[in-house]
Design a protein around this ligand. Structure first.
Ligand code: C5P
Length: 407
């Protein structure tokens, strides 16, 4: 490990890291990880669970960190509530090794010792490196807990395949310290990569009125646009979120502008896009509206109304025809050939990125937590069609936004 040179430019320099060590034989590798973190200039505080102490002594981590190691909720910490102080001081929390037990507690919000109480109080980014026997890792309870944590934005590293405790082999071995280190650096460096950028995001449907009580609309809930807005905001962007009607609650943070129709959305987007660095059109804008809106409720007794539809303004199309350096991101909801539809729309809409979603199948697209989607990019760095959580997809979109904005 001494081959690693201290780096003056590491993103870890001066960062405060809380390392949670739980009970597994991989706890010895957490010592190596601590050393690597220290060599890169991080300040590390270690919290161990009781079972972790059966594998490695607190004195080892105390020597490696130059700080006292805490193991008990009631450890002395004059003038502070220990777990609250530890949680608030951390820029990033790492749990390595993370046992099935601590993963389950974290997923369910159980706080029954110093480490889990600290984890529940912490609001910074989390990285966890699971380590356990294959059966425990593959158990559907563990897999469900891991999926829940990943959905909440926890970065999960590994586990890898290899030799496990008691001479066994399989998936469950904790990732190597240098791999965990790389993920920690990645999480910290992406922290605020949209700082100073102005991003406009649209979300939800539009409703095009037929009369004062009826409208032409669609099933969009706003989830996808909200995920992009929350991600961009979390990464430091100044975000304006233009939201259509009837959505779920928008995330806290972005400036929210409420609209109802495509025409109103167009005005709001053009206002907000003035001087913006990027516009992400995740809204399911109605393509057609009734030509005429009746001033009062259309009566059934008057017979079946003749509804003539006319096109709404193509907001994205208009934006792309405007001069400017703005990065434009469009979405395409496709029920059939997602790849062909996506590629075609990328060119036709004149956007930099086009996210093509599969819709119309159970558990996909509108209202669901996951998307089956592909990303097409004008510069060629796309992503093939696959399943994503909306949060994951939002992160991939923001990664590409950062690249396009710094080219
Ligand atoms: O052409 P289509 O409606 O499938 O394109 C979808 C993309 O265009 C989405 O990003 C959507 O927000 C945007 N759009 C728009 N104005 C419209 C219709 C769709 O900006 N009137």
């Amino acid at each position: 490990m001494d081959t690693v040179e201290p780096s003056g430019r590491s993103v870890l320099k001066g960062r405060r890291l809380l390392l949670g060590v739980t009970g597994g034989i991989a706890a010895y590798k957490a010592c190596v990880l601590t050393r690597l973190l220290r060599l890169r200039g991080a300040s590390v505080r270690v919290v161990m669970t009781r079972t972790a102490e059966r594998f490695v002594g607190p004195a080892t981590f105390a020597a490696l960190t130059d700080h006292r190691v805490y193991t008990d909720l009631f450890d002395d910490d004059p003038g502070h509530v220990l777990h609250v102080r530890l949680a608030h001081e951390a820029d990033i929390v790492v749990v390595a090794p993370a046992t099935a037990n601590v993963i389950a507690k974290l997923a369910f919000g159980i706080a029954d010792d110093l480490l889990t109480s600290t984890l529940l109080e912490a609001r910074c980014p989390f990285v966890i490196a699971p380590a356990m026997h294959t059966g425990m890792w593959e158990h559907e309870a563990t897999q469900a807990n891991i999926a829940a944590l990943a959905e909440r934005g926890v970065r999960v590293v590994g586990p890898a395949r290899g030799s496990l405790a008691a001479g066994d082999e399989g998936v469950g071995r904790m990732s190597e310290p240098d791999e965990i280190l790389a993920v920690i650096e990645d999480v910290l460096s992406r922290g605020k990569d949209l700082a100073g950028r102005r991003v406009v995001v649209t979300a939800g449907p539009t409703w095009e009125p037929i009369d004062p009580v009826r409208f032409v609309g669609n099933r969009s809930t706003g989830r996808m646009g909200f995920a992009v807005a929350a991600e961009a905001y979390g990464r430091g962007a100044d975000v304006t979120l233009v939201v259509g009607p009837g959505t779920i609650e928008p995330p806290e943070g972005p400036r929210v502008v409420r609209v109802t129709t495509a025409d109103e959305m167009r005005h709001a987007v053009f206002d907000a896009a003035e001087g913006a660095d990027a516009v992400v059109m995740a809204a399911a804008v109605a393509d057609f509206r009734p030509e005429r809106t009746a001033g009062s409720k259309i009566k059934k007794e008057d017979g079946t109304p003749d509804l003539r539809l006319v096109p709404t303004p193509d907001i994205l199309g208009e934006l792309s025809r405007e001069a400017g350096e703005r990065v434009l991101v469009g979405f395409a909801a496709e029920t059939d050939d997602v790849e062909a539809g996506g590629r075609d729309k990328l060119a036709r809409k004149g956007v930099d990125l086009l996210v093509a979603n599969q819709v119309g199948r159970e558990g996909m697209g509108f209202g669901s937590e996951t998307n089956r989607a592909a990303i097409f990019s004008r510069t060629g760095e796309g992503e093939p069609l696959r399943e994503w959580s909306k949060r994951e997809l939002a992160a991939a979109i923001c990664d590409r936004l950062v690249k396009l904005l710094t080219r």
